[in-house]
Design a protein around this ligand. Sequence first.
Ligand code: NAD
Length: 249
Amino acid sequence: MNSDMESCIKIVKELKRKGTINAYVLTGAGISRASNIPTFRGEDGLWEKYNFEEVATIDAWLKNPTKIWTFYAEGIDLILNAKPNPAHESITKLQDHGFCKYIITQNIDSLHQKAGSKDVLEIHGNITRIRCMKCNEKQIYTEPPKEIPPMCKCGGMLRPDVVLFNEQLPHELINKAFDIAKKADLVFIVGTSAEVVPAATLPYISKKNGAKIIIFNKEKTEHVQIADCFIAGKCEESLPKFLNMLLNQ
Ligand code: NAD
């Protein structure tokens, strides 16, 4: 496995020389850290402050929705005010220049879309979208809920349209993600701990089908076992550098 920018550029340019690149980016909470959204794991991660079983599982939700809504309302406020950072912007430029087609994100913060990226698969949902647990109607929040727990006009309770721990992912979306993973020849993995499945399994499927794997992360994760290149450091610094070298060399 290489760990320098030049080797990354070489891999990408070699694929480009052979024809169109069929790449996707898999992102996780680390890419939004510089936009002031805490990660789950790692330094200052939310799981150092909260017990995830008490705030992020479907069982906890059903037991005490008010408590969980208080946690999510804070998140909604933070995310509505967050702005994309240079890492999100670099991915949009990678897409614009034909170096990647899809973004498969575990994030629930809309920052790829705010940065202008297209074809974003939000496999864990979006915290600003809410749905009624009774009539299933969906709405988009532009400000945090005023009452906790917020209720739908049909009398049902509203919940953020995100995938909680121990819940199934939306079938259509995850099937599309698996399909993209099977067909890809290049994968960029950015800011994910590789601990949440099935998202973490996607790069293994791509590798098995011959794809090259490039990782941008602060620290090594399980995915380094299959990586062709690992670029250590903050992705809001390394991705713009990588893009600049790729476009100007
Ligand atoms: P995670 O919290 O498990 O891991 C974050 C990873 O990013 C770690 O490996 C960490 O070392 C790395 N990292 C931290 N700062 C970085 C930086 N500046 N540059 C590069 N890497 C950095 O996150 P995950 O793997 O996405 O998985 C857990 C779940 O977190 C997902 O289901 C997701 O829905 C949820 N989540 C999302 C958000 C968000 O939407 N922004 C925030 C917190 C958690």
